[in-house]
Each structure stands twice: as C-alpha cells, then as structure tokens.
Write a protein that binds this ligand. Sequence first.
Ligand SMILES: NC(=O)c1ccc[n+]([C@@H]2O[C@H](COP(=O)([O-])OP(=O)(O)OC[C@H]3O[C@@H](n4cnc5c(N)ncnc54)[C@H](O)[C@@H]3O)[C@@H](O)[C@H]2O)c1
Length: 346
Amino acid sequence: MKLEEIGRRVREIQDGGKLAVITDENVGPKYLPACCRSLQDAGFDVYTFTVPSGEESKSGRVYLKLLSGLADIPLTRSDGVVALGGGMVGDLAGFTAATYLRGIRVIQVPTTLLAAVDSSVGGKTAINLPEGKNLAGAFHQPELVLQDAELLSSLPQQTLLDGMAEVIKYGMIADRELFDRLKDVDAAWKNLETIVGRCVAIKRRFVEEDEFDYGVRHLLNFGHTIGHAIEKCSDYGFSHGLSVAKGMNFITAIAAEQGWCGADAFDELHGLLKAYGFDLRVPYGDAELFGAMCSDKKREKDSIDLVVPESVGRCVRRTVPVSELRGLLESGRPVIDKENMDKENA
Ligand SMILES: NC(=O)c1ccc[n+]([C@@H]2O[C@H](COP(=O)([O-])OP(=O)(O)OC[C@H]3O[C@@H](n4cnc5c(N)ncnc54)[C@H](O)[C@@H]3O)[C@@H](O)[C@H]2O)c1
C-alpha cells in the first residue's frame, strides 16, 4: 500500500476527527508532507510532532512532552495517533497512544526494515528508563499497519542490514522456504515487499497464538539473548541488528556443538549471514557475556530461556540452568574463535 493512500485507509477505521502524527527528524522531512496531505484530503485535522532521531528520544522526558502535546490539542478518545518512523518512533508513539486517556487508537507506518518486519506488528510498545531498555511499556495493538516498501528506499545501507538480521531470524525460526529465498542476496534486496509480507505473516501467526508473550512468541527472541549481551558489552556500539546476527550465529554454534541441531544448520546460517556481510566476530570473553546475560530481563530465577535451532526453519525454547550457561558459551566459543582467526588470516 502507498503512503498516499493513508487518508483513505484511516477513514475506514476512523470517521473524521483529529490525528496526531509523531515522527522523527530524519523521517519527517521525507515523508511527513505526503502523509499529512493524504490525511487532510480525507478530512482529518492533522497535528504533527517531530522528535529528535535516535534511541535517546524513547525516554520518559520525550514521552511526557508528547502526552502534554496531545492534551493541549486536545485529542479525545475517538481520535488517533499515527507513528511514522522506525522502531523508535513506533515504540514511543505506541506507548504514548497506549496510555493517553487510558489508550487511544494507534496507526503504525513503519519506515525501517526492522519496524516493517518486527516492531510495528504485535502491539509491544515501550520507552526506556535510565535503568534499562524498554522497562516501561504496554501491549497496545495498532488498528492499522500501513506497509509501503517504497519508504525503505531512503534508508542507509547499515540500517537496512540491521533489519535483514531480523528477516533471517524469521527464516531460521519458522520458514525454510524464506531462508532459501534469502540465499539470492540481490533478488532479496530487490523484492523486499514480498519478503516483508512473509515475515509479517509469521509474526502475526505467533502473536495471534500468544499475544502476551508467554509461549510461542518467545521464539522471536532467537539470537536475542546472546545478542542483547553482545550489544550491552559493546556499550551499544554494535547496532541491534548486528548484535542479533552475532547472537544467532553464536547460539547456533552452541546448538550444533550440543547436538541440538546438525552442524549443517550452523553452516547454512553462518553462510547466509556472511553472504549479507555481517561481521560475526564476538570480541568479548565468556565471563563478560555471561555477566551481561544474567542481568537480562528474560531471565527467570536460576534459569534462562534460550531459543535454539533444531534445523533451519525450526527453533524450540530451552530453559537452561544458569549454572550450565557458562559451559554452553564455552562449547560454542571454539567455533566463533575459528571465525575470528579466519578473518584475521584473510
Ligand atoms: N515493539 C517491538 O516489538 C520492537 C521489536 C524490535 C525492536 N523494537 C525497538 O525498535 C527500535 C529500533 O528500531 P529501528 O532499528 O527502526 O531504529 P530507529 O527507529 O531509531 O531508526 C533508525 C534510524 O533510521 C532513521 N530512519 C528511519 N526511517 C528512515 C527512512 N525511511 N529513511 C531514512 N532514515 C530513516 C531514523 O531516523 C534513525 O536514525 C528500538 O528502540 C527497539 O527497542 C521494538
């Protein structure tokens, strides 16, 4: 669907009234005019809020400012919020909509690949606290997600690549055919719309089965437990997507060493990640990673949930005692280090 059609589509779910479009400073200049024009042509009163780009805006301060902005208009319960941007804007605007007047409608318009395949779907919204990422949040389903692959054409290559890590994740957890299709790298970049559609269908299925994240939805965390630890150890110097790519590679190396999946699953995933140009080295020791993993919010008491592959296209959840975690990391390490050496010798 094209951004220019947003007015008509929103009209199907909201009969006039006000809309607050929230965006960031990179996205606004590119897409806000077309978005507002379409909404105004469809008869809406449109108000805009542009926050600085970057994760710092997913803060309590910016969130409260937005709430005050909505109250100043004032937006009522029959009005709505449009989140025009990547995952940062989606989470921030989503959480604002989830809590303003105890919840008003939100429409997500993802403009990054990550937001298109992941954050705009499923209803998780959040802001960060000084104590950690996404610590204040709510489940608040969007009433409409407008996917326009054209909006992704202005993304920097690195940001696109971050989203591709999540796309590869979907292939690995649930869709062998998607995984195989991704092997033709050029074709995949040219056919993002189809690929996004496939990922969204998988995520929708998981969310419909487990909206509040107690079961099958955990599989979406494949690569994320180690990935988050790597991201944290890098002091967020490694992007989320790159960290997830490294995390998927590491956990699959562990799974292959433990006999939870065949060595071929590791070889295939490793080959695909390399084909997209991910640097899979993990420059942190096991003790450091272990420490970071133990402070992960997904940890429950003395155990930790890991999502591990059984084969390409199929992952399962394994609850592992924390006492065994260090040994698991050590078992995958020789494979990861071989990667380091290969790179250095190249
Ligand atoms: N709610 C969920 O289920 C969920 C899932 C995964 C991630 N997230 C959250 O998503 C956020 C990361 O999202 P992201 O990777 O999209 O980052 P982001 O929203 O910060 O966007 C990355 C950069 O790209 C710019 N940008 C966005 N769209 C653009 C476009 N079309 N053209 C040019 N530049 C553009 C942004 O301004 C920003 O500088 C994190 O806060 C993470 O916690 C949420």
